[in-house]
Design a binder for this molecule. Structure first.
Ligand code: DQA
Length: 148
């Protein structure tokens, strides 16, 4: 069975309670439930991982390669903007990664405008609220189907 790993970085465990005017009222488990159903409808397994720790996210990226994950959907949260370790881990694995953000980072503070992971991901989807994840999953499922 094909597998998609959905990874959430720091503070995303607080979704629903964290700055809801920016990130909305849905919780992380609401998002994961939505994605799990979306994947299951296409016969694809979805796994989920959240960590507030950079090294744990690096370990999970490396492990995804070992586990034969087909696609990664990654919201690296604040690490997006400065973690060379996460960027290098993405570059080190062959699993394609879709970068996701709930908010439109380009309309926010300047320090959010740059993504150090952008050059090593397949593409970015951002600014659509939790539908950014939905769109990323749709792309991953389509690519998996095309690959056969
Ligand atoms: C975020 C945007 C980041 O700048 C921020 O640090 C986050 C969430 C988003 O999903 O909009 O924690 O990745």
């Amino acid at each position: 069975m094909a597998k998609v790993l959905v990874m959430h970085g720091p503070n995303l465990n607080l979704l629903g309670r964290r700055e809801p005017d920016i990130y909305g009222y849905e919780t992380l488990s609401d998002i994961n439930d939505m994605l799990q159903k979306q994947a299951a409808a296409q016969g694809v397994e979805a796994d989920f991982f959240q960590s507030n720790h950079e090294g744990a996210l690096v370990d999970a990226l490396q492990q995804a390669q070992i586990d034969g994950v087909d696609f990664i959907i990654l919201n690296a949260a604040a690490y997006t903007h400065y973690s060379i370790a996460i960027r290098d881990a993405i570059a080190a694995i062959q699993v394609p990664v879709i970068e996701v953000h709930i908010s439109n980072v380009h309309t926010r503070e300047e320090f959010r405008h740059n993504s150090v992971i952008a050059p090593v991901v397949m593409g970015q989807i951002l600014g659509f609220g939790i539908d950014s994840y939905y769109a990323a999953m749709a792309v991953a499922l389509k690519k998996i189907k095309e690959k056969g």
